[in-house]
Design a binder for this molecule. Structure first.
Ligand code: NOJ
Length: 581
């Protein structure tokens, strides 16, 4: 016994270590106050379109590693990468078949670790996409679940036995036939809010929740710094399956999202993962009211730290574009709802949207540079963490895809089917799809003017936008007036001017038809942001005007002020930031 004691003690010690989170919790942020994820600028990488190093036509981790210095040069401080896990790729990776395995298309776990370490060495944090409202139908849990009614994994998903008749209608966001799918194997229907191959996980089952927390811990221990919770507002379901009124799906979030139980689960997740590992989490979706959004992110609730809503990206869904008055309104009302408490992200594009340049700036070659610079100035000047989608730092644009044959996206194909069967005008439908489809935002990154934009030496998984010969990183890198270098300037300006992060936001001359002007005051600074959203010149009268010494940002080489009548004349899409007393 005497001899065994040291062994026993060593065993006990090792066990204790194993039970502790391996990643030491960093110093706690004051969640109501300052935090790295508030001060950061996030850059979103769609991994299959970023940089391919093995010539298979898909981007990979080694490609990201090759571009780490580029990422650092942008001045961004966080990367959110879309899913790269094992997946049959029905929804480009948002159908996960192994949450701990890497799709070989992107590389190996060693490559992942090298990429993560490379980011950390450059001061860049990594945000993992967590897709757990649903899994793939090829996930082992689902294969087991569907195999028999008494399989231990049966309750990992939602099933409706067919002997009870047809289940109450549930709407699917991707499947025009609805969210219940009949499976003859066990004579039952399973629920899928998205595609048929994406069955919804049963969050009401504590075992499922524990599985998810274990997965999150697995990645936190590898060193990831944050999580983006995919479609998470829909995770909890009313499993008594009441009938919903006809047409309810027009108010989808209200009927399908933000059940009270969701908050219990988030609190549990916070206690199990977020807090002990010192990571942060951002939700896709923020409910349908400000209260919903606050309930997700207010620090005292200990659920999540950030959310993003869709009201701003939804402003421009047809080629007619948007109205500046609405744009000002939406951003201002969200700012005021979060002025005292809570935190949201600020963005105008991502992998679920067409390109920001076409929807919010002006792709006309005459205006693309100043208008994209203007939008990037705006995003970096608002309260909230700016999210930039890859390619928006160089002004990548929509790709023209007028016919349905070229579309591969499960969402686009579902919408097409639905439009066709409801007898819509298909010419008009295709026009809108061509403008609005998320395929537009997924084309390969345009690195240079060589074949395939320097993205791959093989055949790219998706056609490169033919405008890569003009719009590319290499063409803009050395040009101080480029969209790219303006972006770099803006990340620096945001870092150096904490008023842009924490300062109070106030609209100036709300009714101005062309100019969006606002102040950011705080942290000992007063800043004025003046943006001319018009392709024509426009002017505004102000109490204080920019001068050479107080001008912080100008996307033109000069400013035209008239001291006599205190007016400022702005060129098309001119964007200025200046400090004032
Ligand atoms: C939201 C993701 O952003 C989107 O790309 C995906 O198709 C759905 N969730 C389903 O996971």
């Amino acid at each position: 016994m005497k001899n065994l004691l040291p062994i026993f003690l060593a065993f006990l010690f090792l066990n204790l270590i194993a039970c502790e989170p391996k990643k030491p919790a960093p110093e706690k942020d004051n969640l109501e106050g300052k935090a790295w994820w508030k001060e950061g600028v996030l850059y979103q990488i769609y991994p299959q379109s970023f940089k391919d190093t093995d010539g298979d036509g898909y981007g990979d981790f080694k490609g990201v590693i090759e571009k780490l210095d580029y990422l650092e040069s942008l001045g961004i401080t966080m990367v959110w990468m879309n899913p790269f896990f094992e997946s049959p790729m029905v929804d480009n990776g948002y159908d996960v078949s192994d949450y701990r395995g890497i799709n070989p298309r992107y590389g190996t776990m060693e490559d992942f670790q090298a990429m993560l370490d490379g980011m950390h060495a450059r001061g860049i944090k990594f945000v993992l996409d967590v897709v757990v409202n649903h899994s793939s139908d090829q996930h082992d849990w689902f294969l087991q679940s569907r195999s028999s009614r008494d399989n231990p994994y049966r309750d990992y998903y939602h099933w409706w036995p067919a002997e009870k008749g047809t289940p109450p209608y549930r709407h699917s966001l991707f499947d025009p036939e609805g969210a219940w799918e009949y499976d003859s194997l066990t004579n039952a229907f399973y629920l899928h809010t998205f595609a048929e191959q994406q069955p919804d996980l049963n969050w009401e089952n504590p075992k499922v929740r524990q599985e998810v927390y274990d997965i999150m811990k697995f990645w936190a221990e590898k060193g990831v710094d944050g999580f983006r919770m995919d479609a998470f507002q829909f995770a909890s379901k009313d499993t008594t399956w009441p009938e919903f009124p006809e047409g309810h799906e027009k108010d989808f979030i209200k009927w399908y999202g933000m059940r009270p139980q969701l908050h219990e689960y988030l609190k549990e997740m916070y206690a199990e993962v977020i807090e002990p590992y010192g990571v942060f989490a951002v939700a896709e979706g923020a409910g349908s009211t400000f209260q919903d959004a606050h309930d997700l992110v207010d620090a005292d609730r200990k659920e999540l730290q950030m959310a993003y809503h869709f009201e701003t990206v939804d402003l421009s869904r047809t080629p007619e574009g948007y109205d500046l008055a609405d744009f000002k309104n939406v951003f201002s009302k969200w700012d005021s709802a979060f002025a005292e408490k809570g935190w949201i992200s600020i963005f105008l594009s991502n992998h679920d949207n067409a390109r920001m340049v076409n929807r919010f700036a002006n792709p006309d070659p005459k205006f693309i540079t100043p208008s994209t610079q203007l939008i990037n100035t705006f995003l970096m000047s608002m309260r909230g963490t700016p999210f930039t989608y890859y390619g928006d730092e160089i002004g990548m644009t929509n790709i023209d895809m007028p016919t349905i044959e070229e579309y591969v996206d499960v969402e686009a194909l579902g919408k097409y089917q639905a439009a066709k069967s409801s007898g819509q005008d298909m010419e008009e439908f295709m026009q809108i799809l061509n403008y609005n489809s998320r395929e537009n935002g997924r084309t390969p990154m345009q690195w240079d003017a060589t074949l395939q934009a320097g993205f791959t030496t093989g055949t790219p998984w998706m056609r490169v936008n033919p405008n890569y010969t003009e719009i590319n990183v290499s063409a803009q890198d050395q040009d101080p007036t480029s969209i790219l270098n303006h972006f770099r300037k803006m990340t620096k300006v945001r870092k150096e001017n904490p008023a842009l992060v924490y300062g109070k936001y106030e609209l100036v001359q709300k009714e101005h038809p062309d100019i969006y002007a606002f102040t950011r005051k705080g942290e000992g600074q007063n800043l004025m942001v003046i943006l001319n959203f018009s392709k024509n010149s426009s002017s505004i009268k102000l109490d204080q005007l920019p001068t050479e010494s107080n001008l912080i940002i100008n996307n033109y080489s000069d400013v035209n002020v008239n001291d006599q009548d205190m007016s400022l004349n702005l060129k098309p899409y001119q964007a200025l930031i200046f400090s004032f007393d």
